[in-house]
Design a protein around this ligand. Structure first.
Ligand code: CP
Length: 350
């Protein structure tokens, strides 16, 4: 396993890694998956290592894939229950005995374990767009062990790894000539993260995909990430086009990735509750944006639907799509969270 240059690194955004480094982690992930299928475990890769997992938001896939993943590599996961842990705070936000400075939490956990993984986003940071990333970077600044981002407001790199691994299993390493229709879809909640869209497109753009991104005009993505996607497709032989018709993403697509996410321009602190209701009102204008049979039938006959899950059935996607011939990739994508993260951990944890 050639992982030079990766040991000891933080895994905070995909943008911190070259395509070759991402390929290395995916190669390891795919090998570990193949071995898992043969019931061959690799308990000797990270024997006795402890992964500390701090979840400030709920999770099914991320928690269980990390917990299972470190166990299958010979290590152990420690789940830090937020209610039973003093709030880790940035300088200037201390709350007496109710909080503990991140610089101290990171240094203490580094003395005990081999890796610290953190999920923090949304309500937990008052929807301040870059705050969750700043918190994770603060951990990384003081930790002596790798820090893994398990999702912030902007990035979900572990999801991006599982997504691109799933694409690679379907189409191979080279995505040139493959149309990925990526689209916003309607949801009843104004709280769904945008990070999975960012990292799905960012990861695919490294491999030459033709990305058609459809969204209502008010549902822009982060312009800095959009610039990076454009630069990637330029370098990798792919393309990137934006449309305000959902059908443009679906027509002739190999993959339809449809998910709801927040309107960035309506997030606090620009606006506060009750402006969240304003977001629901805005969403209502686009209630017809759903990945249903009609739209999936516009895609290639072999097309698959993708979503990071959890999804809102009947809103973002119809039952017929998810439970029908289009839904398999979605569950492969969820399973690949386990294998992709094993690849990452095997490569970065010393
Ligand atoms: N996709 C994803 O991150 O799922 P969880 O929120 O369940 O972890």
């Amino acid at each position: 396993m050639i992982t030079e240059g990766l040991k000891g690194r933080d895994f905070i955004t995909l943008r911190d890694f070259t395509r070759e480094e991402i390929d290395t982690m995916l190669d390891v992930a795919l090998q570990l998956k193949a071995d898992n299928t043969m019931r061959r475990r690799h308990m000797d890769i990270l024997p006795g290592r402890t992964l500390f997992m701090m979840f400030f938001n709920p999770s099914l896939r991320t928690r269980n894939s990390f917990e299972t993943g470190i166990f299958e590599l010979g290590g152990h996961a420690n789940f830090l229950v937020p209610e039973a842990t003093r709030l880790p705070t940035l300088e200037g936000e201390d709350q007496g005995y109710g909080s503990e400075r991140i610089s101290d939490v990171a240094r203490v956990l580094s003395r005990m374990g081999a890796c610290i993984a953190i999920r923090i986003l949304g309500d937990k940071v008052g929807w301040e767009y870059d705050k969750s990333l700043r918190i994770i970077k603060e951990f990384a600044k003081y930790a002596h062990v790798p820090v893994i981002n398990m999702e912030d407001n902007i990035y979900h790199p572990c999801q991006g790894m599982a997504d691109v691994m799933t694409l690679r299993e379907m189409f191979g390493r080279d995505l040139r000539g493959r149309k990925l229709g990526v689209t916003w879809s309607w949801g009843s909640s104004p709280k769904k993260p945008i990070a999975p869209h960012h990292d799905f497109m960012y990861a695919a753009s490294l491999y030459g995909a033709d990305i058609v991104f459809s969204r209502p005009p008010e549902m822009r993505i982060d312009p800095d990430i959009e610039q990076a996607i454009k630069a990637n497709v330029e370098a990798s032989g792919g393309s990137y086009r934006v449309s305000d018709r959902m059908e443009d993403a679906c027509e002739g697509a190999d993959i339809v990735y449809a998910k709801n996410y927040v309107a960035l321009d309506l997030l606090p602190p620009v606006t506060q509750k009750p402006e969240q209701d304003e977001m629901v009102k805005l969403f209502a204008k686009y209630k017809g944006w759903i990945a249903d049979e009609k739209r999936m039938n516009m895609a290639k006959p072999t097309a698959q639907y993708m979503h990071c899950l959890p999804c809102e059935r009947g809103a973002e996607v119809s039952d017929a799509v998810l439970d029908g011939k289009w839904g398999t990739a979605c569950y492969n994508e969820a399973e690949n969270r386990l294998h992709a993260q094993k690849g990452v951990m095997a490569c970065i944890i010393p």
